[in-house]
Write a protein that binds this ligand. Structure first.
Ligand SMILES: [Zn+2]
Length: 332
């Protein structure tokens, strides 16, 4: 993204964004500017790090291994500029997009942390949809397993068109905070609470649309799957549809009924995408665009959000493959 805040995730969980992802993100502190540098020849020398990258890598390394005695023994640097410990021998693995049962994941925050730890993750961002309620439990578990938590949240927003070349679509913005959390917690929490209220309205609308489509799905069933106090999402509706035998699997539920703009699709109280980016910046967070490969019009969205203060974009999809590469250089 031009200014050294790229987000390089490598989620190899499910192919659905909403399902827990429990794998690795291999980098932090890299920069899209590296694309402007000369292409590496095959078998050629490793690209030299800039002074800023070395400094950033050192800070990250020291932070990740603060509790160990070997913070100064780092000896090698990976492609993304993150130093590896001789003692640990692995890369510093980041997972920057994960969901727990506090939104539509399948694991409790503590079990998610344990799973991440087992998979070699050293830094985990918990980014539940529109809530940070799982963060305290994740922090406690992370302490036990000696890994770092980045307090995060994935905010539901709508991109509103300005010109004819743009179209309305849902956009998810990831927010990352320091270990101190948001600087204006009340303001952030009020916005998130409003969006969560909208998720109930939205899920009820989806159920009634399905009922109108002659699918006798019950709201209570969706609410039961979401769990007590958890704002429902499309994945909860899809799971209820599968359980009730109306569709064969989650993919079918989304492909036939729940996809963006689909016959049972509905919106709630989402923020405008730019408002969410500004909110994240105002509350001391780092804003990153989630799964841009799912967007109808990613260029327009990224341009507009970059102007609003967006720091980075997610670049790997759930199967671990790079999802989006720019064919031409973009001028943000
Ligand atoms: Zn998402």
């Amino acid at each position: 993204m031009g200014d050294g805040c790229s987000l390089n995730s490598n989620n190899n969980g499910s192919d659905n964004d909403n399902i827990n992802k429990s794998c690795s993100i291999n980098a932090i502190g890299g920069s899209m500017t590296k694309k402007k540098t000369k292409k590496k020849k095959s078998g050629g020398k490793r690209k030299k790090m800039t002074v800023e990258q070395i400094l950033a890598a050192r800070y990250v390394n020291e932070w990740v291994f603060l509790d160990s005695n070997s913070a100064s023994t780092a000896s090698s640097v990976d492609d993304f500029g993150v130093q590896s410990h001789t003692k640990f021998s692995d890369k510093v693995v980041f997972e920057l997009h994960s969901h727990s049962i506090c939104s539509d994941g399948f694991l409790s925050p503590s079990v998610l942390v344990e799973r991440a730890h087992r998979n070699g993750v050293k830094v985990l961002a918990l980014t539940d949809h529109d809530t940070m309620s799982g963060i305290p439990e994740a922090l406690e578990a992370a302490h036990k397993f000696g890994i770092r938590i980045i307090p995060g949240v994935e905010i539901s927003t709508i991109f509103s068109p300005r010109g004819e070349s743009e179209s309305e679509e849902p956009v998810h913005i990831l927010a990352y905070y320091s270990s101190c959390g948001p600087t204006k917690l009340e303001e952030l929490e009020n916005c998130l609470a409003n969006i969560r209220d909208g998720r109930y309205i939205r899920a009820k609308n989806i159920v009634s649309k399905l009922n109108n489509l002659k699918m006798p799905l019950k709201w209570e069933h969706v609410a039961r799957i979401a769990g007590n106090g958890v704002a429902p999402g499309r994945l909860h509706v899809a799971r209820a549809m599968v359980e009730a035998g109306h569709v064969e699997n989650l993919k079918q539920a989304f492909n036939r009924y729940l996809y963006d703009g689909g016959p049972a699709y509905s919106t709630g109280n989402e923020l405008l995408a730019e408002e969410a980016v500004e909110l994240i910046c105002r509350t001391g967070g780092v804003a990153a665009l989630a799964h841009p490969w799912a967007l109808k019009n990613p260029v327009a969205v990224i341009r507009r959000l970059k102007d609003a203060g967006l720091h980075g974009i997610e670049v790997y999809r759930s199967d671990g493959k790079l999802a989006m590469t720019w064919q031409t250089p973009m001028n943000f």
